[in-house]
Design a protein around this ligand. Structure first.
Ligand code: V47
Ligand code: SF4
Length: 371
């Protein structure tokens, strides 16, 4: 039972009552939660909301990530994953056969996936037809596998290369087998900060418009926020408010993923106070604030790849209800120094969830539960 008087002593009595009454929090409320020194108090409010929505269930998915290329024209300053062209050391482009082999798994250890997550850099010349062919070929071999692929940034890039509208690109990819889109590329919407970390990427309005177009076609999408770099508390809350407004308009966001910035091999210079010693608490507080602000997005993901397994477990007590999945292979976080495992097995994920005090629920990409 939460203690109203304690929240009053923190100066958060009005926020406490709004959360209990399931009322929307304002931009200012979000900033006040960001300044609250008691992370566990913010976490307990978020846990109340998470329990109201999902009880003691914590979701996971049997999935595999495939990053088809790290060659990218965008040159985001925070990104350790990208290479500027194919000749640069460490650059790669997978062939369709490489991708199909990864989806199959090894002969002695075949994968039985529920979700395939495909994303990559914005390659200068791979044509839309190549992506359609990949999706069709995967679907032909694995008709029941849900394909979650391409961020709004990639869709904007495919449109630019093909000369088609983003809506037309989405229609073509849906026809080829796309059922869901991951939430990457949102980073931070606030214009000044976005200019510093990803000046060449689709801007905030474009990202949100493409998400809305996908929703209008019945393609569910996720959404993200990259935090813990040079953004301000105002930037974070502004980002959440813009996502919330878009969700009011188009309603297709399924899950929000707060992505804590992994600092290695980055060209971004971080302020002194962003040191490693404060990151864990800030990450838990941020997960909690996201749950509290995003009252119209059903799920909050504690992405164990970026948070690490231990903090992801703690995040389940701070508003998160999903751990993502088995993953198998991950490059974006690990090339930037993430210390988590490459993949986890189903028993490991279920153990992590049970050990944290929750009931594991296996789900599809679109969050239908699997018995
Ligand atoms: O868009 C890049 C981020 C994103 C770093 O939708 C970094 O289910 C931290 O969006 N430190 C891709 N983050 C990952 C992503 C994602 C992951 C898992 C599940 C889902 C989903 C989406 O990773 C990029 C960018 O925002 N990123 N570099 C870094 N150094
Ligand atoms: Fe390219 Fe994505 Fe890296 Fe930006 S974050 S440089 S768009 S791969």
């Amino acid at each position: 039972m939460l203690d109203a008087s304690y929240y009053a002593t923190l100066g958060l009595g009005d926020i406490f009552h709004k959360v209990m009454a399931a009322e929307r929090l304002s931009f200012d409320d979000g900033l006040r939660l960001s300044a609250c020194p008691d992370v566990t108090a913010v976490g307990a409010l978020a846990h109340h909301v998470r329990t109201r929505l999902h009880g003691d269930r914590a979701f996971y998915v049997v999935n595999r990530h495939i990053n088809y290329t790290n060659v990218c024209v965008n040159g985001c300053t925070f990104c350790a994953y990208r290479r500027d062209d194919e000749k640069q050391q460490g650059a790669f482009v997978l062939s369709k056969e490489d991708i199909l082999a990864r989806v199959r798994g090894e002969a002695e250890n075949p994968l039985h996936l529920d979700e395939l997550h495909i994303v990559g850099g914005c390659h200068p010349s791979l044509p839309l037809e190549w992506f359609e062919d990949v999706l069709r070929s995967v679907r032909a071999e694995h008709p029941r596998l849900e394909i979650k692929a391409f961020t709004c940034v990639e869709i904007a890039h495919f449109a630019k290369l093909s000369g088609l509208s983003t809506l037309e690109v989405l229609k073509r990819l849906r026809k080829a087998g796309l059922v869901m889109m991951p939430g990457g590329g949102a980073e931070i919407f606030a214009e000044e900060t976005r200019r510093k970390i990803c000046p060449h990427k689709a801007d905030a309005d474009t990202w949100l418009r493409i998400a809305g177009e996908a929703h209008s076609l019945g393609i569910k999408t996720n959404c993200t926020m990259l935090f813990g770099h040079i953004e301000s508390p105002e930037d974070r809350i502004d980002h959440l408010c813009r996502l919330r407004e878009q969700q009011d308009r188009s309603g297709g966001f399924t899950c929000f993923i707060p992505l804590p910035f992994q600092t290695e091999n980055s060209r971004l210079t971080l302020p002194e106070e962003a040191g490693a010693h404060v990151r864990g608490l800030d990450q838990l507080r941020t997960v909690a604030i996201c749950r509290l602000m995003l009252d119209n997005i059903p799920h909050i993901k504690a992405y164990w790849i970026m948070l690490g397994e231990k903090l992801a477990q703690a995040a389940l007590w701070h508003g998160a209800d999903d751990l993502d999945g088995t993953i198998v292979e991950e490059k974006i976080g690990h090339m930037a120094g993430a210390q988590s495992a490459a993949g986890l097995t189903i028993p490991q994920l279920e153990h992590m969830i049970r050990e944290s005090g929750f009931t594991p629920v296996r789900r599809t990409a679109t969050f239908d539960t699997i018995a």
